[in-house]
Design a binder for this molecule. Structure first.
Ligand SMILES: Cc1cc2nc3c(=O)[nH]c(=O)nc-3n(C[C@H](O)[C@H](O)[C@H](O)COP(=O)(O)OP(=O)(O)OC[C@H]3O[C@@H](n4cnc5c(N)ncnc54)[C@H](O)[C@@H]3O)c2cc1C
Length: 493
């Protein structure tokens, strides 16, 4: 029997429901009292799903199939007040809280065993103020929904490369995508946030209100509260941009990556690119003789004047002998969803990353070696190098909590298998590749591309001064570390 504790639910039904709840959900029955559950129910616009609920198995699932946890309750929040109530409920019960936006946390932070998942998926309303070039989006909005709403007006802001990711997790950790060099990180475009803090208060953070909190939200992850509403700056983009991918043979990896790297110093900010060393899928857009063979993808987006763009992207077409060239005019919305099929839910995944200050030839050789030694399909073992600089580097270091604006490159080593049991050897491969390449940077990782949130890793994700300032904000807004299922910045006490 479904146990939705929502507003308007008849009292008798609710009590019956509670009994059913107790009978079918031992772990909850043992700890959660009727009165406290009733407290959670009062005035709630969303719903609560517990063990034994027919929706439970679906509701507990997250994008990464390597993560298999069983929360005590999943609160599908329907309003900011629901979120505040769920935070208070979890605290009073001493249960861990997992906050879920788009559910793409690699490390599995948007679920937990025996705790309370606050699922924000219903908070996905997007309102666009065309005149002010602002968008207001609920805390559980995914980029696909956000892009669709803003592109109706020919506007956009930097979002992720895969449209199913949530703007919550992505923005709070930094957030790069096809517009990153032109318009900065997603967090650079954040203008304000409505935040439910650990004590259940609802605050507004911006440059003028709770400015330290606002600073921390732009790179410090989900440590400081639940963001129920984001306000973003928007820019004129599209509707058609020059974007896509050029595929080269894997045995040309060194030549292609070195050639790409050499173009970057003169690359205009309107052009954001990255390279991916992977295996070609058996997809209709790849010539059949290249299916399941190693390849290098050079992907890019020119979101400026299309006439100038042709000249700007031309050198990307002659880095080797292309297998196929799919870079051309396309709707920005399509570009935003181009990589979705390769990253659907239902697989086991691991990512590990490093910011790189430089990419000398020897680093590229090492990259190519790891590519050569990577597993074949159906395992996806990929090495991506994303190029920053541009608008990212123009924001003064330390003016947001984002890790590293000075490093022009971000390496991501990704492993993905259909079955979770098959993942471990490929995790080892990804870690080894990261270790070999991380020496070309300061050792910092991107908090959004980390498969494990262990303390050493978290410290290594931030320069010491940023880490210390994040801790001070944590002390002020979450001194008991209520929000600890994240890339956790523990309070000092
Ligand atoms: C396939 C794939 C593609 C990706 N592509 C990119 C990319 O192009 N660019 C990029 O920068 N990153 C990318 N990432 C990394 C991505 O930014 C992180 O996985 C991010 O955590 C996803 O956010 P989410 O809301 O979907 O995840 P969730 O699992 O829901 O949340 C992740 C973390 O953020 C917190 N959180 C989420 N929403 C809120 C909120 N509203 N309030 C408070 N805390 C919140 C959660 O507590 C959790 O700790 C990608 C990841 C995947 C798996």
């Amino acid at each position: 029997m479904a146990r939705r504790l929502c507003k308007g639910f008849a009292k008798a039904d609710f009590i019956a429901c509670l009994h059913d709840f107790k009978a079918s959900a031992d772990i909850v029955t043992g700890v959660l009292g009727e009165a406290t559950i009733r407290e959670l129910d009062i005035g709630m616009t969303g719903s609560v799903i517990g063990l034994g609920d027919p929706d439970y198995e679906t509701a507990r699932g997250v994008w990464n199939r390597a993560i298999d946890r069983r929360p005590a309750l999943i609160v599908r929040a329907g309003s900011t007040e629901d979120v505040a109530r769920a935070v208070g409920f979890a605290r009073s019960e001493g249960r861990p809280i997992a906050v879920r936006g788009g559910a793409h946390s690699l490390a599995g932070f948007s679920t937990c065993d025996d705790g309370i998942v606050i699922d924000l998926a219903r908070l996905n309303d997007v309102q666009v103020d065309v005149k002010a070039r602002r968008a207001f989006a609920g805390g559980g909005t995914r980029w696909r929904t956000f892009d669709a709403a803003t592109q109706q007006h020919g506007l956009a802001t930097t979002g992720g490369l895969v449209s199913s990711t949530g703007l919550g997790g992505l923005t709070l950790g930094g957030g790069f995508g096809h517009l990153v060099r032109q318009y900065g990180l997603a967090c650079d475009n954040l203008r304000s946030a409505e935040v439910v803090t650990a004590d259940g208060s609802i605050l507004y953070a911006s440059q003028s209100q709770h400015p330290e909190l606002f600073w921390a939200l732009r790179g410090g992850g989900g440590n400081f509260g639940v963001i129920t509403r984001f306000e973003f700056a928007l820019h004129r983009v599209g509707p058609v941009v020059l974007g896509g991918v050029i595929f080269y043979p894997g045995d040309q990896a060194e030549q292609v990556v070195i050639g790409w790297r050499d173009l970057l110093s003169d690359m205009p900010d309107e052009l954001s690119t990255f390279v991916g060393l992977a295996t070609a899928p058996a997809a209709p857009f790849i010539p059949e003789e290249w299916h399941n063979k190693k390849m290098v993808a050079v992907a890019g987006c020119w979101a400026g004047d299309p006439v100038v763009g042709d000249d700007a992207v031309r050198p990307l077409r002659s880095l080797g002998m292309p297998i196929t060239d799919l870079l051309g005019p396309m709707p920005y919305l399509d570009l935003q969803q181009l990589f979705d099929p390769a990253w659907e839910a239902g697989f086991a995944n691991y990512y590990t990353s490093a910011f790189l200050d430089r990419l000398p030839d020897e680093a590229v050789r090492s990259l190519a070696d790891y590519h050569r030694g990577s597993a074949d399909l159906p395992v996806q073992a990929e090495l991506h190098i994303h190029h920053f600089g541009g608008a990212v580097a123009r924001v003064p270091a330390g003016s947001t909590a984002f890790t590293d604006r000075g490093s022009p490159f971000l390496l991501n080593c990704a492993a993905r298998t259909p079955e979770p049991a098959d993942l471990p050897p490929h995790v080892a491969w990804a870690r080894a590749a990261r270790k070999a390449l991380a020496r070309y940077g300061k050792g910092e990782t991107y908090v959004n591309f980390t498969g494990e949130g262990v303390p050493d890793n978290v410290r290594a994700s931030y320069p010491p001064a940023i880490y210390a300032r994040l801790q001070a904000v944590k002390d002020q807004y979450d001194p008991f570390n209520v929000f600890r299922l994240n890339i956790n910045i523990p309070p000092t006490r």
